[in-house]
Design a binder for this molecule. Sequence first.
Ligand SMILES: Cc1ncc(COP(=O)(O)O)c(C=O)c1O
Length: 419
Amino acid sequence: MPKQTDPTKDHDKARDGSGRTDSAPDPRQSWAAATRLVRGGTRRSQFGETSEALFMTSGFAYDSPEQAEARFLGEDDGFIYSRFSNPTVAMFEERMAQLEGAEAARATASGMAAIHAALLCQLKAGDHVVAARALFGSSRYILNEILPRFGVETTLIDGCDLDQWRAAIRENTVCALIETPSNPMLDILDIAAIADLLHVAGARLIVDNVFATPLLQRPLALGADIVVYSATKHIDGQGRSLGGVVLCDRQFHDDYLNAWLRHTGPSISPFNAWLMLKGLETLTIRIRAHCDHAARLASFLKDRDEVAQLRYPGLPGHPGHELAMRQMNGCGGPMLAFALKGGKEAAFRFLNALEMIDISNNLGDAKTLITHPATTTHQSLGAEERAALGIGDGLLRLSVGLEDPADIEADLIRGLQAV
Ligand SMILES: Cc1ncc(COP(=O)(O)O)c(C=O)c1O
């Protein structure tokens, strides 16, 4: 969160949402994650509203030209312009920072804007990036198509293989990008071990934590330097709005990220930031239910004859199971993937037979969503690259929703019967 973001600077402490008016030690320091998600970062206006206010404004008026000058000099920490920061956006950023234990959090218009900014703000011609091959398609596009245009080279590796990391990291490696669990195969990468290898070379680790959510996995505590989210997914959680977040330490924020965001302008709308704030309030109970449902459905799918392969980190059959249990709070997560015998034809028959689950490339919604990665999210990779990643034509990715799991299972049975 940038410096010029304290709308309650002159307000009494009761207005920060904590209810405190005395000078006793601040109990907010020891709040559990669930409490931070409901109350963290709240800043009340003079009206004392209980729900965070939506400041739908692009600009801010100054009391005097002296005040305007002081704000531009960074000597007065009021707001300037919503491309730089905004009170509602600042509340969302502060709540995310508290949840993640980060010194700084910056919200962006989408997850891709967050990933793009986290990479580009620190790179220059001649630099080198290492990335796990198993990444969301648009992240791969940035690495393979955009960065080379500006003289930045990327080495793609199997992120699960630490020897490949050792071989790929060079003197000019500035940063690395990974997803864990990865999209869509749910590979589990060892964040602490990868961060250690990068740090020896003076490089930073960026973790796209979308599939784990901030409740199951805390990459910064494991040694990562930067965490990125598509807040569009479980943080909003109801499929309403696009958003993203970059979390990092103060120095990275001040040296690289702040100026990049300020001048390139991938800002989130205050309205979307407000939706994200509301989404965070229910994240704890939603993630618990998403994960319970996913575990139940994974157990159901693993015994079905129509299923050639099941990918769910919560089950011992997954190659990254033990690491996932250590790294992800003992939980398999809200996503699973399964390959049907019979390739694309079987997968399409399955999808066409569904009556409730929605066919969608999105994920992290209250509604259960199913994706055929080979023809949608990962189509642009090409057949050879998909095969290298294990993304077969029969693969389906399931974003498990909040419906009664018996109803989700009944719809899956409909699909399986059609196969
Ligand atoms: C793992 C992962 N990272 C990033 C993104 C991009 O997020 P957004 O669509 O908010 O830009 C997605 C989108 O599906 C994703 O699945």
